[in-house]
Design a protein around this ligand. Structure first.
Ligand SMILES: NC(=O)c1ccc[n+]([C@@H]2O[C@H](COP(=O)([O-])OP(=O)(O)OC[C@H]3O[C@@H](n4cnc5c(N)ncnc54)[C@H](OP(=O)(O)O)[C@@H]3O)[C@@H](O)[C@H]2O)c1
Length: 233
């Protein structure tokens, strides 16, 4: 089985990479990195990917030479050089919103599109890490405009993908997943004062791998928690 993990240098992505690297039936892992990374297994082929650069996304297909059976997109941004999550509409900036959209929504979807010919294998499963705060129905607090809007856009893209790809000869299972609050660079600054429990990246990755390996065709096109429950869009 060949696996592709996008964002394999991040908190959840790296832990998932380690979980798949020690699985018995893995032939090849394509792992994308953005910043520099160190390898964990000879099975891994590292590919550089910048989700903010459409040329970098288009170049992915030239670097993949095997069919992919598991696609797990773990890339994403919340805060950084491009800005902080917005607390009020006075903080809205179209520049920041565009970067949020590019990295969180357009990047993962166009990367999937660029590799579509490699994603037609039997029993293909694709997971896009989204976030519950991207649920429109579940939004009662407001704020975090860029992150929420870009994850809602990703969710719509995942739903469209699942509907379209169900017409392929070997229909893949395609879902959006909220990984749960997990201690990583993305969340650290926002979880320190949180009273509810947070999980480690290793715990998240173990459950995520279990979810991926037990997904069934009836779940395609859904927005799921790590334990497979459906979330409202
Ligand atoms: N942690 C949580 O509590 C939580 C909760 C809900 C949803 N999520 C979602 O889960 C996913 C994984 O997040 P995480 O917590 O593991 O965060 P993380 O440790 O910050 O990892 C994010 C990953 O995205 C990559 N990335 C960022 N900008 C990129 C770009 N322009 N091009 C390519 N890759 C880029 C990072 O690469 P570099 O490190 O190389 O820059 C890193 O591999 C994200 O989609 C996030 O929204 C996380």
């Amino acid at each position: 089985m060949n696996v592709m993990i996008l964002g394999a240098g991040g908190g959840i992505g790296r832990a998932l990479l380690e979980a798949y690297s020690s699985a018995p039936d893995i032939a090849r892992i394509y792992a994308t990195h953005h910043c520099e990374v160190s390898s964990v297994s000879p099975l891994i082929r590292w590919l550089h990917l910048d989700m903010s650069d459409p040329r970098s996304i288009a170049a992915l297909a030239d670097q993949v030479d095997q069919p992919i059976h598991r696609w797990i997109s773990c890339t994403g941004i919340l805060a950084g050089d491009h800005g902080q999550p917005e607390k009020t509409l006075r903080q809205l900036s179209s520049g920041k919103l565009q970067i949020d959209y590019q990295v969180n929504a357009l990047g993962p979807l166009t990367a999937f599109s660029s590799l579509a010919n490699h994603l037609r294998s039997e029993d293909m499963r694709a997971v896009f890490l989204s976030a519950q705060v991207g649920s429109i129905e579940d939004n009662r607090l407001g704020g975090w405009y860029g992150y929420r809007m870009s994850k809602a856009a990703l969710n719509m893209g995942v739903r469209c993908l699942a509907i379209e790809c169900a017409r392929w000869r070997s229909a893949p299972v395609i879902v959006a997943v909220h990984p749960g609050t997990t201690v990583t660079n993305l969340s650290r600054a926002f979880t320190q004062t949180r009273k509810a429990p947070v999980q480690s990246a290793a715990t998240c990755a173990r459950q995520l791998k279990l979810l991926v390996e037990t997904l069934d065709s009836g779940q395609s096109g859904q927005f799921l928690t790590l334990n497979g429950q459906t979330l409202p869009w």
